[in-house]
Design a protein around this ligand. Structure first.
Ligand SMILES: Nc1ncnc2c1ncn2[C@@H]1O[C@H](COP(=O)(O)OP(=O)(O)OP(=O)(O)O)[C@@H](O)[C@H]1O
Ligand SMILES: [Mg+2]
Length: 195
C-alpha cells in the first residue's frame, strides 16, 4: 500500500518545535536507570519548551503490549511495536525517549531500521548486573535470583551490551544529573535549535 501525506513536512514541524525529531533509545539492564534518566531528560526538555514524550517499557506493557510476555519472540514484538510508535511520534515532530531493556543487538537494530538511522540514538546505560542487583529498586533481582522470576535479564535471560552505541552513559560512577547531562548535551548539539 502506498503512503499518503499532506503538505506539512518535517521542516515545518522542526521550525514549529525548534527541534529535529529524534528517538533516544535507552537500553540497559533492569535498574540501570532508564526510567530515572528518561523522565529527568523529559523534564529538562519540556522546561526548555521542547515537545517530547517518554515511551517506558513498563507502561507499554499495560496496553500496546499487554498480550506479550518475556520470551525472546515477545520481547522482539514489543520492541517492534514501540519502534513503530516512536517513528510516528517522530513524524509528528516530537522527541521520543524510549526506555526499554531491549537486550538483543538484533532487536535494537530492527528498531533503528524502523525509526531511521538519522533519527535513532542508541544510548547504552552501562551498569553491571552486580551494580543493578545491589540497587534492586523494584526488588526484582532478589526474586529472580531466588528463582521466582523466569527470563529475567541479567540473571536468567541474556543481555547483549551494544558494541558501538551512539552514546554510552555511566550510571554507576556518576550522579543522575551528570548522567542526564551526557544525553542532553548530545541532543543539544545535534537536534535542538535555539529560539
Ligand atoms: N547516575 C544514575 N543514573 C540513573 N539512575 C541512577 C543513577 N545513580 C543512581 N541511580 C538510581 O538507580 C535506580 C535506577 O532505577 P530505574 O527504575 O530508573 O531503572 P530502569 O532501568 O528503569 O529499570 P527497569 O528496567 O526495571 O524499569 C534508581 O533508584 C536511581 O535513583
Ligand atoms: Mg524502568
Amino acid at each position: 500500500m502506498q503512503r499518503v501525506s499532506g503538505s506539512v513536512g518535517d521542516l515545518d514541524r522542526a521550525r514549529l518545535f525548534r527541534q529535529k525529531a529524534v528517538t533516544v533509545w535507552l537500553t540497559g539492564l533492569s535498574g540501570a536507570g532508564k526510567s530515572t534518566l528518561a523522565y529527568e531528560l523529559e523534564r529538562r526538555l519540556i522546561g526548555l519548551g521542547h515537545p517530547c514524550y517518554v515511551l517506558d517499557g513498563d507502561n507499554i506493557r499495560h496496553g500496546l503490549g499487554s498480550d506479550l510476555g518475556f520470551s525472546k519472540e515477545d520481547r522482539r514484538e514489543n520492541i517492534r511495536r514501540v519502534a513503530h510508535v516512536a517513528r510516528l511520534m517522530n513524524d509528528a515532530g516530537l522527541i521520543v525517549i524510549a526506555a526499554l531493556i531491549s537486550p538483543m543487538n538484533e532487536d535494537r537494530a530492527m528498531a533503528r531500521e524502523i525509526i531511521g538511522d538519522e533519527r535513532f540514538v542508541e544510548t547504552y546505560l552501562s551498569a553491571s548486573v552486580d551494580d543493578c542487583a545491589r540497587r534492586d529498586p523494584k526488588g526484582l533481582y532478589a526474586k529472580a535470583r531466588a528463582g521466582e522470576i523466569a527470563s529475567f535479564t541479567g540473571v536468567s535471560a541474556p543481555y547483549e551490551p551494544p558494541a558501538n552505541p551512539d552514546l554510552r552513559v555511566d550510571t554507576v560512577g556518576q550522579s543522575k544529573e551528570a548522567s542526564v547531562s551526557g544525553i542532553f548535551d548530545h541532543l543539544n548539539k545535534a537536534f535542538l535549535m535555539k529560539s
